[in-house]
Design a protein around this ligand. Structure first.
Ligand SMILES: *[C@@H]1O[C@H](CO)[C@@H](O)[C@H](O)[C@H]1NC(C)=O
Ligand SMILES: *[C@@H]1O[C@H](CO)[C@@H](O)[C@H](O)[C@H]1NC(C)=O
Length: 400
């Protein structure tokens, strides 16, 4: 009973009420509290079954439903939330607690995903902290141990549509934090991603084979790409992104496969990169592919001590292996860099290293001012197989 007097519990109930009131089909909204399915907020008892049962109940409901996760820590093993038998048109997962991974990193490590949503529609995740306890696996990898599992993505959505992820914190994922694969109409907003700058393969948000995706007002500090964009991505909007530490926003690596879908209509607006390895990067393997990148718009970006602020690298071929032609089949065209300002940690602030077989076309630099931080020297631009034009002030001097 003491809990009922707990102000924060009261606030949570209040929040649910607000959601119910704001929901047009309010009279039909059902609330499923994971605790009433047996979840224990002690961080030690396995709550996986309780979450899956709450999901099954919510998804079998014909009404809109809310799965409520009260405050507390819930231990979860890898779980798949499938939409296959769902009748509920809309499921909101309201998380006021923290989801924690098992202490033994091998339990997540040998699964591909920790929490995976597959074939769902109309699912929102509001709030919540996801603590994947990645450091133990990173340490295993850093020790060069051959037996480390590859690790799990913290949260993945596959073949799903009408998805919203808002106000969640992803902490210390083993591998990628969030993966959006084969989805449409997805909005990530106010997402906060944190992992150490030297954690391996901890990409923040990875999008591929997906259409109409927005990533808004999100902060990403991690050990790999803040946002990575794979083949088959179309209509991706990123706005208000803070990145660093991390490897920047990266389209690619592309041309992994010979038959590959292209990437088109990608926008980054208002982003800040701090101490990152790259800023705005397009990257492809130096080998044959049907892939392409077209219609990319980067605008209003600040760079603070970024190693490679602007880079197109089509000669990616680690250890010179698997790139017999040494020429990328990926065609890069119509890429605009507008209002890009700040400092480069290396002398070459702009690098367009395009494919000899498929030169970049219609690159556009406009109002770009990047300086070299380390010495009192101006930064440089370098171009190979790059065509396009510079407009207005462009510094370093354009090589297009
Ligand atoms: C519960 O979560 C919602 C959404 O993130 C938040 O607005 C609300 O303040 C939280 N309530 C408590 C008691 O933490
Ligand atoms: C490009 O994507 C944006 C969303 O990012 C969308 O609003 C716009 O309609 C798309 N343009 C085309 C030509 O599809």
């Amino acid at each position: 009973m003491g809990r009922l007097l707990d102000i924060s519990y009261f606030l949570s109930l209040f929040f649910i009420l607000i959601i119910i009131i704001l929901n047009p089909s309010s009279s039909a909204t059902q609330v499923y509290d994971v605790k009433s399915f047996g979840a224990k907020p002690d961080g030690l008892s396995d709550s996986t079954k309780a979450f899956l049962n709450a999901w099954a109940a919510a998804c079998a409901s014909t009404a809109s439903s809310i799965i409520f996760v009260p405050k507390g820590r819930y231990l979860l093993h890898p779980a798949v939330f499938s939409g296959r038998y769902c009748t509920s048109a809309r499921i909101t997962i309201l998380i006021n607690g923290t989801l924690v991974a098992p202490a033994d990193y091998r339990i997540l490590g040998k699964a591909n995903n920790w929490l995976s949503f597959e074939g769902v529609s109309g699912v929102s995740i509001l709030g919540g902290a996801f603590d994947a306890k990645g450091p133990a696996l990173w340490a295993c990898k850093a020790a060069g141990n051959q037996h480390c599992p590859s690790g799990a993505t913290t949260l993945s959505f596959t073949n799903s549509n009408n998805i919203m992820i808002k106000g969640m914190l992803s902490l210390n994922s083993q591998m990628f934090h969030i993966v959006i694969n084969g989805c449409s109409n997805v909005r990530l907003q106010g997402v906060n991603i944190i992992a150490s700058g030297n954690s391996p393969n901890t990409d923040g948000i990875h999008v591929q084979r997906s259409t109409n995706i927005a990533i808004i007002r999100s902060t990403i500090r991690t050990g790999d790409d803040c946002i990575s964009i794979g083949p088959g991505t179309k209509n991706l909007w990123m706005e208000g992104i803070e990145c660093g530490p991390g490897h920047g926003i990266s389209i690619g690596s592309l041309a992994k496969d010979l038959e590959e879908e292209g990437v088109q209509n990608v926008t980054v607006k208002n982003a800040a990169f701090t101490g990152t390895q790259n800023g705005l990067r397009i990257k492809s393997w130096a080998r044959a592919s049907t892939g392409f990148v077209k219609g990319v718009h980067f605008e209003g970006v600040t760079m603070d001590n970024v190693q490679s602020p602007i880079v197109i690298d089509q000669n990616y071929c680690p250890h010179n292996q698997g790139c017999p032609s040494q020429e990328s089949g990926v065609k890069v065209s119509d890429v605009t860099y507008k209002g890009i300002r700040g400092t480069s940690a290396t002398k070459v602030a702009v690098k367009f290293d395009c494919s000899a077989a498929n030169p970049c076309t219609s690159l556009r630099l406009e109002d770009v001012k990047l300086t070299y931080t380390n010495e009192d020297q101006v930064a440089q631009a370098s171009c190979s197989n790059a065509n396009g034009k510079a407009y207005g002030l462009v510094q370093p001097n354009s090589c297009l």
